[in-house]
Design a protein around this ligand. Structure first.
Ligand SMILES: Cc1cc2nc3c(=O)[nH]c(=O)nc-3n(C[C@H](O)[C@H](O)[C@H](O)COP(=O)(O)OP(=O)(O)OC[C@H]3O[C@@H](n4cnc5c(N)ncnc54)[C@H](O)[C@@H]3O)c2cc1C
Length: 536
């Protein structure tokens, strides 16, 4: 079966595909957008994402007296990501990002009716101050879900009158060639099993990352980095890398930096998984003690979130067992515990400002109670001995000696015995530094003993490494054209979003400044659409 010819075929209905299709329709093209998922899940990962965005030189930064510039952001980006100076396209995309995130992401989204929350956050500061040198993490009001649904509305409006053909539950299995160049793709209707030929002289690959399955992730994992025995999956289950490989095998596309991934160190199984192995990624509590499987604090440098996610992942991956523990109390959890994504940030997602403010100021007891009820990995007990027993029951082991757990807590609490002037602990130092910035102060407890009277009960959360984003992908130029081995654009073939490593086949290098993914999708999609729309 063949569908009506289109000017462009977009493969993948995530944020990158949706923005590409929207901009192409606005440029007057007839577009086919094909997605493997169900209509309810149209929007890909962006439907579930939080909506944090690294943006440079925004009005909100200016209002908060944050003197950011593209030059400063670029220096941060290149240093933190350790991008090789001769890695041409990732370098070019990094520059493009910092120079255009304001106009092409921030201003564009505002024009589309999206608002940002009124505070800029300071994430990924770098273990040694080598990350974001100032705050630039903006949060979409309504989360990424609201933004995605809004853009889907705009897509449908722009595609009215038959200009848009939208196919859900169709899996592209092959790219088509005619007359020596790309000519469309073959898809399988997942409901009927029928093959569909989708003809178009331009094909945009927007099928997401390459590390959505553990087999592929393990294959791509760099040999010199520790890999835990088990992993949770926080990526898209359809991100199987097959179309990347088809583009490479049939058209000479280059897949670069496939081993670079943006994983998270503190995940636990989704209580109601959407797919096998589905993990939630927590925003780990800065004040929780991060322990190994025996209940001993990992060190000598304690693990604290908000500075270097990549480093945290290396540390937990190098542990003897594939899980670690967070030891905290209810006081800390209510103020600091959060889970990444739209699903568990209800107040922001549903734009309930008074309720959001109340939970920020008085604590999100609702989420803590919810996890206590829903997750067997979230343990609550009145005493440390009882907690140790629960930890051992969960792992069916005697790994956690209650006396050792008590000693771990006592050693930390001893910092407070002689007043705040005699504290000497790197985690406390980092927390005090984080609290200097207003929005972090609101979400981070003042350092206090773990066994502070009235702060209980105690909580232990069993954490595992959760995979999330593929940082590598198809190598592309600044017009998002997919490049061949000689660096030449492959006629009619484009790559956007995570499929293209957020630009250039790996714009982030080894580390992201965080929140660079959604904007990277928008930037690469708009670059492709601009080039295609002006005649390629
Ligand atoms: C919980 C969570 C929180 C996140 N929070 C943030 C955040 O705050 N900030 C940020 O910047 N990033 C965040 N991200 C990451 C961000 O959401 C993704 O990197 C981004 O949305 C990727 O978009 P994409 O369009 O490139 O790919 P995807 O969203 O993966 O979409 C790819 C689409 O392609 C389809 N597809 C795949 N294979 C085929 C095929 N063979 N045929 C047809 N269709 C196919 C899939 O069905 C899917 O719909 C988060 C991600 C998650 C999961």
């Amino acid at each position: 079966m063949a569908t009506p010819n289109s000017d462009s075929l977009v493969i993948g209905g995530g944020l990158a595909g949706i923005v590409t299709a929207l901009e192409l329709l606005r440029a007057g093209q007839r577009v086919t957008l094909v997605d493997r998922d169900t209509p309810e899940r149209f929007g890909g990962l962006a439907l579930w994402a939080f909506g944090g965005m690294a943006l440079v030189g925004t009005p909100l930064q200016a209002k908060m007296k944050i003197a950011d510039t593209p030059e400063r952001a670029l220096a941060d980006w290149l240093r933190f990501g350790e991008l090789a100076p001769d890695d041409r396209w990732p370098q070019a995309w990094a520059r493009h990002y910092v120079e255009h995130s304001r106009s092409q992401v921030h201003d564009w989204l505002v024009h589309e009716g999206i608002k940002f929350m009124p505070a800029v956050n300071w994430v990924e500061r770098g273990l040694n101050g080598d990350g974001n040198s100032l705050p630039r993490y903006h949060v979409v009001w309504g989360t990424s879900r609201f933004m995605t649904l809004r853009l889907i509305e705009q897509l449908r409006a722009a595609g009215s009158g038959g200009k848009l053909t939208l196919l859900h539950r169709h899996r592209v299995t092959q790219l088509d060639r005619a007359g020596g160049r790309i000519a469309g793709a073959v898809a399988v209707d997942e409901a009927s099993g029928a093959q569909v030929h989708l003809q178009a002289p331009v094909v945009v690959l927007a099928m997401g990352g390459i590390n959505g399955g553990h087999e592929e992730t393990r294959r791509n994992w760099p040999a010199d980095r520790p890999m835990p025995k088990t992993l949770l999956n926080g990526a898209h289950p359809f991100a199987d890398g097959r179309l990347h490989r088809a583009a490479a095998a049939d058209f000479g596309a280059q897949i670069t930096h496939a081993g670079e991934m943006w994983n998270y160190a503190a995940g636990f199984p989704h209580p109601y998984p959407h797919f096998e192995g589905h993990g939630l990624s927590t925003i780990p509590c800065k004040s929780a003690l991060w322990l190994d499987h025996r209940g001993e604090r990992i060190g000598p440098q304690p693990l604290v979130t908000g500075f270097d996610t990549h480093w945290l992942c290396q540390q937990v991956a190098a542990q003897d067992k594939p899980w670690t523990w967070h030891l905290l109390n209810w006081r800390i959890a209510a103020k600091e515990f959060a889970i990444s994504g739209a699903e568990h940030n209800q107040r922001i997602r549903d734009r309930q400002f008074p309720a959001f403010l109340k939970e920020t100021l008085l604590g999100n007891h609702r989420l803590v109670r919810q996890m206590q009820q829903q997750s067997p990995h979230f343990l609550v007990a009145d005493t440390l001995a009882e907690l140790a027993a629960k930890m051992n029951a969960l792992t069916a082991s005697h790994d956690v000696d209650p006396a050792r757990l008590q000693a771990t807590a006592d050693a930390f609490d001893a910092n407070f015995a002689n007043g705040s002037k005699l504290e000497n602990d790197d985690q406390i130092r980092r927390i005090l530094h984080a609290r200097q910035w207003g929005p972090d102060r609101l979400r981070t407890c003042k350092p206090a003993p773990l066994q502070l009277k009235g702060a209980g009960p105690f909580i232990a959360i069993q954490m595992q490494l959760v995979t999330r984003k593929s940082l590598g992908g198809l190598q592309t130029d600044l017009q998002s054209r997919v490049l061949d081995a000689s660096g030449q654009p492959i006629d009619g073939l484009y790559g956007v979003g995570e499929a293209a490593g957020f630009g250039g086949g790996g714009a982030s290098g080894k580390r992201s400044l965080e929140g660079t993914f959604l904007p990277g999708c928008i930037l690469t999609a708009r670059a492709a659409a601009r080039h295609i729309g002006t005649g390629g």
